[in-house]
Ligand binder design. Sequence first.
Ligand code: ZN
Length: 178
Amino acid sequence: MLTKKEYREAQIKAAEMIRKSGIIITEEEAEKIEVVDFGLSYLEKEGIQVLTLAATKRISVKILVLFSNQTEPEHWHPSIGDDPGKEETIRVIGGLLRFYISGDDNFSQGFIPESKEFYTLRHEIIMKAGDQITLEPGTKHWFQAGDEGAVMYSFSTCSRDALDKFTNPNIKRITKII
Ligand code: ZN
């Protein structure tokens, strides 16, 4: 859970980082930035900030912000009914991103958050502005920002965040605000 004040401060910080990366957003959009602590209540370690620019039954466009050394926990986008699950391209706009998928263990620049057992992937891809990666539906992944944080675009098929699957069973995708 997050207090209203923590939520608002994170929104302001995320909006500043988005604007600094060169993306223009309106004040109305800045106020809609979703702050996600995954129900873990240590936002600065594991969490993400999300601004949804478009979401229809078929596509989704988001701006993702990670603060300095903040980690998006390991997860995947499962199939739902006839839909094979979310296919997603993540493109870095600013900062440095350490991206983890399955593959040989070349882990070197990142760090594993305290809840170690919930991070199983060790294949590291270092991404800077202009780099992008496309994930097939069902592909497990997690990612982490460098010291400066990171701003990314996420282009995908229909996203159903509430149905995403996380390695950590304690995660709740909806942030509780108190
Ligand atoms: Zn994902």
